[in-house]
Ligand binder design. Sequence first.
Ligand code: BES
Ligand code: ZN
Length: 601
Amino acid sequence: MCTNSIEKISTYSSPDRKDHHSFSNPHEALVTHINLDLEADFKQKVLSGEVQLHISHENASEIILDTRDLDIIKVSCNERENIEVSYGDPTIYLGQALHIPLVPDSRIITIEYRTRPEAAALQWLAAEQTTDKKLPFLFTQGQAILTRTWIPCQDSPGIRVSYNARIKVPKEMMAVMSASNPKEKNDQGIYEFEMKQPIPAYLIALAIGDIEYGEIGPRTAVYAEPSMLEKSIYEFADMEKMLIAAEELYGPYLWERYDVIVLPASFPFGGMENPRLTFATPTIIAGDRSLTALIAHELAHSWSGNLVTNATWNDFWLNEGFTVYFERRIMEALYGEDYASMLAVLGYQDLEADVHDIGHSHADTHLKLNLKDRDPDDGMTDIAYEKGAYFLGMLESKFGKSRFDKFLTEYFESHKFQTITTTEFVEYLNNNLLNELDEDVNVNEWIYGPGIPESVIKFESDKFAKVEKAISVFYKDGSLLDQDWTTHEWLHFIRNLAPDLGMDEMTVLDSRYQFSNSGNSEIAAAWYEQSIRSGYFAENIDQIRSFLVNVGRRKFLTPLYRALKETDNIALAKDIYASARNNYHAVSVQTIDDLLDFDSK
Ligand code: BES
Ligand code: ZN
């Protein structure tokens, strides 16, 4: 046993690092490498095969893994075949602990297993549910604690593993992972992967389908279904520039390639930062490159999140807050200050709305969360994202960009491939930055206190001021001008309309600007919400229905279903949901089931 692993194991004893969302025992026995060998059966909706777990321990009596809805067939270790294992009680969303007894020389555990069709990480799509409607599709979503539904593992963000995989898929399909990836399909339908850098389990990801590869730059490319490939290459043309800008800000990109896969529309998130291969919703393919901040965001996670990872889900803001700040710095570098300010103002609106909904003095508005006994998904609000980013913005304004950038660069360099808790970050901040300042910057108020602190530095946008002017002119005399606005200006326009705007005004706006037929998902979704809240939706219910049936991105679904519910249209909401639900990933299903109190039986 090398000292390195003993040291590693001992760091897991600190109470600050206790992960309430994992049953695993890393302070006693640690998984360091995963070797997957799986076959995808699209008829049964099952992944089956085996996983080898390389473990590090010193005389531990057992290793405990996280599992949920898995069928474990056989567990072996070295010469010991068919080891007798035991299970903890099944617990909602956490799943079940799998206890595997160890002997002193246990090094590699082999588990033969199968996933179940209802595995929450996996979405098995029929051909009709894909964009091209030719072949079925499978993708995984691991964050926060779903990897345990397709791999028995230590499913904690504080535990890192390297991995290899061999995935067998039906002919005509290609498999890609958060690892080294193929550029072409092969006749055997067998794909091999390697992720050398250690990553937390929530970043292990797989997609299988009719996938093609299209190059963008020397280190960047897109994967997509054939009909989406050219559009995606056009949309993400600046990806290589983003990567270079990111490196100029905060140091070298340590994952070799940065590719994006554009998934079918049911993908429940805008984007997911799976290392080397961001998973993205097709709803950012707007045709005019206006929604690519999302790519900057997922790319930024290659530093904040993937290189330096939140040790527990209570520290989620260390992933997302830093990433939103970083995303806007990338966008500023590429498209200028005006552009970045618009993003920041829209983000502030989201923050205020979330603080209002959660409650100004509620503990869920703290950056550091307490998610013990709760589904970590509950903590995934705009607080972590926007309050986190605004906290860093406040620090930037105190120290100046160049000093603050140096601090962040050193932070990433000194913590690379490690995990960090909020307490550890505060200590690092005190020792490496705040010690240079005389005044108190109220770090505790920002991190451990509620609401938005007074010291927040807000952004102004001249472009948005013009949009607000246009709204007041419209209200005054009904006149509407042709506008050569960008997506973000239109969004600001729609978001700032009075929620109870009259039907005449809504009709005039819609016929003039064609919002109901917008091909831009952000504009359409904002307009549909406004339509529901103002009572205009009888006019565009067909478009709203088709949007909700086709798109599974939770960020769009939740506000629309909630608006229907809050305007006493719950019966309509349930009617639409009944036909859409089968198209959604488990992550979105859970949220909307809860929101609508929907009983699927
Ligand atoms: N890592 C998140 C997505 C996520 C968070 C998945 C929590 C599961 C649990 C990703 O980086 C993200 O933040 N996506 C955003 C887009 C972004 C531009 C704010 C999204 O999906 O909307
Ligand atoms: Zn993110």
